[in-house]
Design a protein. Structure first.
Length: 181
């Protein structure tokens, strides 16, 4: 039942975000921020791919085997949820890196919170295993670090290898302190 509620919440959030996207698009066009507009369109394509993927998604039960601490509370999760939280961090880092590069290319001031992707923070979310707010929290943590690396043209928090951007393992563990039990 919790999975159905998560999926409904996600779908509602997506409808809200599509409306926000239109507003952001108009603002970026007025500001002539071509690179950031291109990034936003690529991010939207990733969201469309997520929705397509969700049409064939099947939930698989697995007993909790990890726990993590956030906001003064412990959460127990299974392997699928742990993987999704790691994915949230890495997806956030990747999207943030591209957003930062785009703002730098547009010669725009650094402001990761002003991007549609940061505000949306659902790229890669499936609606199962973890709460949307938890996913968004970890996506945004990765995004902020990726944005800084992309904007300043460095790899302080992540690395680029084999055509893929990823958070460094030590950074990932520092943000998401998953513990087996």
């Amino acid at each position: 039942m919790a999975q159905q509620q998560r999926l409904q919440q996600y779908r509602y959030q997506q409808e809200q975000q599509w409306r926000l996207n239109q507003q952001r698009r108009e603002i970026l066009e007025r500001q002539r921020r071509i690179a950031q507009l291109r990034f936003q369109e690529e991010y939207l394509e990733h969201l469309r791919q997520d929705q397509f993927r969700l049409q064939s998604w099947r939930y698989a039960y697995a007993a909790p085997q990890y726990r993590y601490y956030r906001g003064g509370q412990y959460y127990e999760v299974n392997q699928y949820a742990a993987d999704m939280l790691r994915q949230a961090l890495n997806s956030g880092y990747q999207e943030g890196f591209r957003a930062g590069q785009s703002d730098r290319e547009d010669r725009w001031r650094a402001d990761y919170q002003d991007t549609f992707a940061y505000q949306d923070a659902t790229c890669g979310y499936s609606g199962y295993y973890v709460d949307l707010n938890d996913y968004r929290y970890y996506f945004r943590e990765g995004f902020r670090r990726g944005y800084e690396d992309g904007y300043y043209g460095r790899y302080q928090y992540g690395s680029y290898s084999g055509g893929t951007l990823n958070l460094l393992g030590s950074v990932l563990r520092g943000i998401l302190d998953l513990r087996s039990y």
